[in-house]
Design a protein around this ligand. Structure first.
Ligand code: KG4
Ligand code: ZN
Length: 339
């Protein structure tokens, strides 16, 4: 079975081809240069660029896979959550292809894609065994999910305000470092002292697996107001703010691992590329005897391979969505979990 995956939930236009469960091609067109001057994603610009980019990206994925559009058996497309204008571009294109070619179409939850992206690293037919815990950390999402079985997911907690990637991006903007901010802070932090400045770590007593990054942002703004940052001080500031964000992610995830008792952890989303997070989470998981998986950066950030992969089992089972499938900016993922 040849599945065409399409993803356009935020600012990346992406298409991928999955042949019999194996990735044949994955193409992503980034809009970083478009949104860079604004220090964050501008939704209207994102949808306009999807309109321009998505069709050539699909063509490129098919060409790279050596597949003609007539050989595609099914289409999997992100239907939420995300920016509604962006989602609509991919969804409308997917519906057009499905209708014209009389192909089955499934809508995929973007977060299920991130959670299952780890299986792109594994041979077809050998997915990561359930149950596992998934920490999704990107510019749009921050949440902890328990994957109990195929299609059986529970949400342990998520951010109450900003996503952690957004916190990195806003910090970089305050420091005048450009967009996206995470990679720059990651790089600067290598030469800094993570203990130089103590930024606050939010703990939410009543919803202990939820995250909050707005207090951190306020504290950072206040600090920078009082301590104009010289170029020499930048590495210490970067290392210290990164440490605060990493601490919040590691502490909450460790507690969730201890509470659920699962033995496998997947960390996915753009922020999973962060070196300090990888080191610290790796050590924390090892101390608990938990095996941790970080998909390679190209599978951590938004891509359509993970969407095709997540949709393929449903398509193989003969399930599909109608052409009335809608884009849902706030599409829920997973039942609410309680211990
Ligand atoms: O998954 P992604 O490409 O797109 C979204 O769905 O948002 O994630 C992008 C986010 C940005 O906020 C970016 O600053 C962050 O991931 N990021 C990083 C690193 N690389 C990307 N954050 C911290 N450290 C990194 N090395
Ligand atoms: Zn994402």
């Amino acid at each position: 079975m040849v599945v065409l995956g399409i993803e356009s939930s935020c600012d990346d236009s992406a298409a991928a081809v999955l042949r019999d469960g194996r990735l044949a091609a994955s193409v992503v067109s980034s809009q970083d240069a478009v949104h860079g001057p604004y220090g964050g994603v501008v939704p209207e610009l994102a949808s306009r660029h999807h309109v321009r980019n998505l069709l050539p990206v699909i063509d490129a994925a098919l060409a790279r896979a050596g597949v003609a559009v007539g050989q595609v058996d099914a289409v999997a497309v992100t239907c939420g959550p995300g920016l509604v204008g962006s989602l609509l571009v991919g969804l409308t294109l997917a519906k057009g292809i499905a209708q014209r070619r009389r192909l089955p179409l499934v809508g995929v939850n973007h977060l299920e894609g991130h959670l299952l992206a780890v299986n792109l690293e594994r041979p077809a037919g050998d997915p990561l065994p359930f149950p596992f815990l998934g920490l999704i950390v990107s510019g749009g999402h921050t949440g902890l999910y328990l994957a109990r079985g195929a299609g059986d997911y529970a949400c342990l907690g998520r951010t109450r305000d900003d996503a952690v990637g957004e916190a990195f991006d806003k910090a970089a903007k305050l420091l005048g470092l450009g967009y996206p901010g995470g990679p720059v802070i990651d790089r600067l932090a290598r030469d800094g002292d993570p203990k130089a400045i103590r930024f606050p770590r939010a703990t939410l007593k009543r919803a202990r697996f939820d995250f909050s990054f707005s207090g951190f942002k306020t504290a950072l703004r206040e600090y920078l107001g009082q301590h104009p940052t010289s170029a020499e001080a930048l590495p210490d500031v970067a290392a210290s703010l990164q440490e605060a964000l990493v601490d919040m992610l590691v502490d909450t995830t460790t507690e969730a691992l201890a509470t659920t008792g699962v033995e496998r952890l997947v960390v996915s989303g753009g922020v999973a590329a962060n070196r300090r997070l990888r080191t610290r989470m790796g050590a924390a998981a090892a101390a608990l005897g938990v095996e941790v998986f970080f998909p390679r950066p190209a599978f951590c950030t938004d891509n359509a391979a993970m969407i095709a992969l997540a949709g393929a089992p449903r398509l193989a089972a003969g399930a599909h969505d109608g052409l009335d499938l809608g884009a849902d900016a706030d599409l829920a993922f997973g039942s609410r979990w309680s211990p």
